[in-house]
Write a protein that binds this ligand. Sequence first.
Ligand code: F6P
Length: 360
Amino acid sequence: MAKEFRRIGVLTSGGDAPGMNAALRAVTRAALDKGVEVMGIFAGYEGLVHPNLKQFTARDVSNIISKGGTALYSARCLEFKEEEGMQKAIQTCKENQIDGIIAIGGDGTFRGATDLSVRGIPTIGIPATIDNDITSTEYSIGFDTAVNTVVELIDKLRDTCESHARCNVVEIMGRNAGWVALETGIATGASAIVINEVEFDEDKAIEQILEAKKNNKRNFIICIAEGVPAVLGDKLYSEKFAKRFEEKTGIETKFVRPAHILRGGTPTMRDRLLATQLGSEAVKLLLEGKSDLVVGIRDNKIVSTEISYALKLDRMYKGTLKDGDLDKFTNAQVAEMKAYCEKRNADLRKLYNIAYEMAH
Ligand code: F6P
């Protein structure tokens, strides 16, 4: 087994997420435990294109399980998208006797992992993004921390909203996905949640809020997913919404955009646990000779999915499939993908409906 794998590389790429360090630590420790050396690759694929690596001991990853950010740093490397850049990366792997790579990040990171796999470097991906938009896993590393961070912030806003009988409109990061806004909205008792995945009836939401106001409710929180303004092509949608809401309801309304605050901070227990489980599993799969897989969690079980399958599943869920995307999959696989997407969508809608049940 470990014979072929004398040394592996590990990198973090794309937007950082709390818990990436815990995953880095888990990968390093799991590999060292199997007698396999570990090279930390700095700044994502950039560190392979322009060699920037360091051999890691168990001590190099001490005390990082509780730290936000990524000790390996992160970058979005455009050069790696070109064949020339990829060849430089392969060369770096060869020169440093790196037999396989574990790539921690989001969908862009996994596309890079596949590019390495097809060029002969076995690679396993670990999903880490606050957006929770990797469809093949129910949770990605960083999501839980991001939600907890914004929940804490909104709890504070609510205190002052209650004192002054105000509303706070909060725009919440998550790229085009509404998971962070939705779960935050539920956990903070938001009066309305606006996400791309579910049509939003502004008049109905306002009616419900005015009803609650009549019923002596004093504080109102409205969560808007960052992706809504992006999809509508109006960067100022959330600010305008806040203004419109104030005009229509007469409730004084403040606007808040916590932005990258969600990406920092101490990872929660849940993110540390998930990162450790996924890091250990990724090493196990790589040393078993597997490649081009992304690990994840479904129904509370650690699973793995072929990256090409995972990326197409993502497109199916997000409604961005291109002609020919499903050609290489069997009818049974396509049916399985559809069923999975429908379930994920149904789960999201169920949560959304519960949020509205609570908003009185
Ligand atoms: O993917 C993580 C994320 O924080 C998204 O929520 C957000 O849309 C994007 O990255 C911001 O990217 P950047 O850090 O490049 O501004």
